[in-house]
Design a protein around this ligand. Structure first.
Ligand code: 0VY
Ligand code: ZN
Length: 261
């Protein structure tokens, strides 16, 4: 069936094009960002995330990642400014990570990858009625990407890692209220931006990517808790740990990557 894609040898990124031809499209993500080949665009203003405290709903394991969903029925949690011509509503955030000690980010910087990458997924509720409609429209989505590097404990990530045991199995979900993702942002909001796609099937070419230059630091111990998650369901006897859930960089195909200051 259409949803058996994954990150393994038999169903991984190099095979996705069979079921999802968009995989070979002209604006696929992620990409390798090469800083000295960038055009600095003085017209690019700052991005302004405005995440209201009380809109997080739940945390869930969808078999490919762990995601925190938000109530996107109004404009309480939005991102605006930068390359965006409207406010985009926060729908969910999730992570991509590697195996023990190896890398796991999706975007790379001059060929270097980070231990993990956080994606905050937003949609243009001014132009589109639903997330689903925006997800298939050019530039209907805006994803804020934040690199995670290993170092000291992150003072707020424990709220998420402490909840992971509750969503160990694929298909599990549990309440996760009152979490403000603002606490996961680095101090600098300088960014790179380019037009791309979802990095998982269906790989829709609908994303304005905004990648923060400054990584946040998390400890190896905190990261290891993500690897305890399973990509298999509770009823399955085969237990497969969720790790290396990242797509490698895709061809740039002439796209311009712009840099804020
Ligand atoms: N691929 C995705 N986000 S991503 N990795 O491109 O930011 N998503 C698929 C459904 C919801 C978000
Ligand atoms: Zn992602």
């Amino acid at each position: 069936s259409g949803n058996n894609w994954g990150y393994g040898k038999e169903n991984g990124p190099s095979l996705w094009h069979k079921q999802y031809p968009t995989a070979k499209g002209s604006r696929q993500s992620p990409i390798d960002i090469v800083p000295h080949q960038l055009s600095h665009d003085p017209s690019l203003g700052p991005i302004v995330p405005n995440y209201d405290q009380c809109t997080s709903l739940n945390i869930s394991n969808n078999g490919h990642s762990v995601a925190v969903e938000f109530d996107d029925s109004d404009d309480r949690s939005v991102i605006r400014g930068g390359p965006l011509d409207n406010p985009y509503r926060l729908k969910q955030f999730h992570f991509h990570w590697g195996g023990k000690g190896c890398h796991g980010s999706e975007h790379t910087v001059a060929g270097n990858s980070y231990a993990s990458e956080l994606h905050l997924v937003h949609w243009n509720a001014v132009k589109y009625k639903t997330y689903e409609e925006a997800a298939t429209a050019p530039n209907g989505l805006a994803v804020l990407g934040i690199f995670l590097q290993t170092g000291d404990d992150h003072r707020w990530l424990h709220t998420i890692t402490d909840a992971l045991y509750m969503v160990k199995f694929k298909g599990s979900v549990t309440d996760f209220k009152g979490f403000n993702p603002k606490c996961l942002l680095p101090s600098s909001l300088h960014y790179w931006t380019y037009l791309g796609s979802l990095t998982t099937p269906p790989l829709h070419e609908s994303v304005i990517w905004i990648i923060l230059k400054e990584p946040i630091s998390v400890s190896e111990r905190q990261l290891s808790k993500f690897r305890m998650l399973l990509s298999t369901g509770e009823e399955e006897d085969q237990r497969i740990h969720m790790e290396n859930n990242f797509r490698p960089p895709q061809p740039l195909k002439g796209r311009r990557v712009r840099s804020s200051v």
